[in-house]
Design a protein around this ligand. Structure first.
Ligand code: AMP
Length: 172
């Protein structure tokens, strides 16, 4: 089943920079049966648990994050690129596989003690999700899991997210 999902991810060489093999999930998400299966498999372990919020990371993390939140009866929180969120924010800067960036979250997005899943399409070096995990922790959120569709094993992002539990549906 996972093999079928893996096959529907498209490899795009040299995007957005030379030397990066971009894992394109649009080919997976546009297939109704694949998309449903993907969300079901990511949500499965948490059904019946108390998950308050899913934190989705701009932009592909919104796709997987909001579907996961709906499935789990949780709220969805948006972590966005600078200047996009309208209210007061907390910020975190981080390094990613192809550059540097800053992310923002609304200051009132998470209440202390809320159970949170962090969601994105792909775990590479772990810089992005690590920065989001720090924000969630600073706000008093309880990180239940960092969830990804794809994990790039050799970049060891999982280690950077330690001690938080990491789930990925497929790895390359
Ligand atoms: P990192 O911070 O290194 O774990 O990078 C993860 C973030 O960058 C995620 O938001 C991904 O969408 C994006 N990303 C990094 N590398 C790739 C890749 N090879 N293919 C697709 N997206 C990537």
């Amino acid at each position: 089943m996972v093999e079928q999902l893996k096959k529907s991810v498209r490899d795009v060489p040299d995007f957005p920079k030379k030397g990066i093999l971009f894992k394109d999930i649009t080919t997976l998400c546009k297939e109704p049966s694949m998309f449903v299966r993907m969300v079901d498999m990511m949500a499965h372990r948490h059904i019946g648990k108390k998950i308050d919020l899913v934190v989705g990371i701009e932009a592909r993390g919104f796709v997987v994050g909001s579907a996961l939140a709906y499935k789990l009866g949780a709220g969805i929180v948006l972590v966005r690129k600078p200047g996009k969120l309208p209210h007061k924010t907390h910020q975190a800067s981080y390094t990613l596989e192809y550059g540097k960036d800053t992310l923002e979250i609304h200051q009132d997005a998470i209440q202390p003690g809320q159970n949170v899943i962090i969601a994105d399409d792909l775990l590479a070096t772990g810089g992005t999700a690590g920065a989001v995990a720090k924000l969630v922790e600073q706000m008093g959120g309880n990180i239940i899991e960092c969830s990804f569709i794809i994990e790039l094993d050799e970049l060891k992002g999982r280690e950077k997210l330690s001690p938080h539990p990491v789930f990925s549906l497929m790895s390359f």
